[in-house]
Design a protein around this ligand. Structure first.
Ligand SMILES: Cc1cc2nc3c(=O)[nH]c(=O)nc-3n(C[C@H](O)[C@H](O)[C@H](O)COP(=O)(O)O)c2cc1C
Length: 202
């Protein structure tokens, strides 16, 4: 089968692409609104793309009423944000925090999450998250009226105790159990891991 994307309706392209590129990591972004409401929402057009400089990307479309997502509004206003990483213990709260709510309502209160002050940026991190990146916008690129890519510089990494070995900086496979997004309401764990033989370059 061959499908030329230009000939497909928007919705089918979306379904196809998010169904094929799986699993995707989830960037769970936390920010304050200008009125001091703690906001968080998940984004799976997310990845870490460089370590020098340390960069991650997020890509936003619009809310169902055509307005800017609150997260993007808060990021644009301040140039800063926190990307939290989602593990099995926070999966449900992450999913619920994706529901569209009014700007005056906090996804933190709705899910029982704790906003904890970040160290460098002015936004909160999610206290229950396995790990979090404090980020500052490096640049953002707009693709048409409905899609904006935000590239962030990662300034500081937080992690739940035990996840990062303080000396080797290795991540504990035992304690860090991230989940990935498949499509619609489907997710996966990272429980089945395997080695391939051979030497890695470098
Ligand atoms: C797992 C998951 C991944 C998502 N990924 C994206 C994404 O990459 N980009 C996007 O614009 N919306 C994405 N969404 C939808 C947003 O989370 C949703 O629109 C949310 O209500 C935005 O909240 P906000 O307006 O408070 O920013 C995703 C939803 C889920 C459940």
């Amino acid at each position: 089968m061959e499908l030329e994307l230009a000939s497909l309706p928007h919705k089918e392209r979306y379904k196809l692409l998010i169904g094929l590129v799986i699993p995707r990591p989830i960037g769970w972004v936390s920010t304050w609104s200008e009125n001091g409401v703690a906001n968080c929402a998940p984004f799976s057009f997310f990845n870490c793309i460089s370590e020098d400089p340390p960069l991650c990307i997020l890509s936003f479309n619009l809310r169902s009423d055509g307005a800017l997502k609150h997260t993007l509004k808060n990021i644009r206003r301040t140039g800063e944000y926190v990307v939290n990483l989602v593990d099995e213990s926070t999966a449900n709260a992450m999913h619920v925090s994706s529901y569209e709510v009014a700007e005056t309502e906090s996804e933190f209160s709705a899910t029982g999450l704790t906003p904890v002050p970040a160290k460098i940026v002015k936004h909160p991190r999610i206290g229950e998250a396995a790990a979090a990146f404090e980020c500052r916008i490096e640049r953002s690129i707009t693709f048409g009226p409905e899609r904006e890519l935000v590239i962030g510089e990662i300034l500081l990494v937080h992690a739940r105790d035990g996840i990062i070995d303080p000396v080797s900086k290795r991540i504990s496979e035992e304690l860090y159990r991230p989940i990935g997004r498949l499509f619609a309401n489907r997710y996966c764990t990272t429980r089945q891991r395997f080695d391939l033989p051979g030497k890695l370059p470098g």
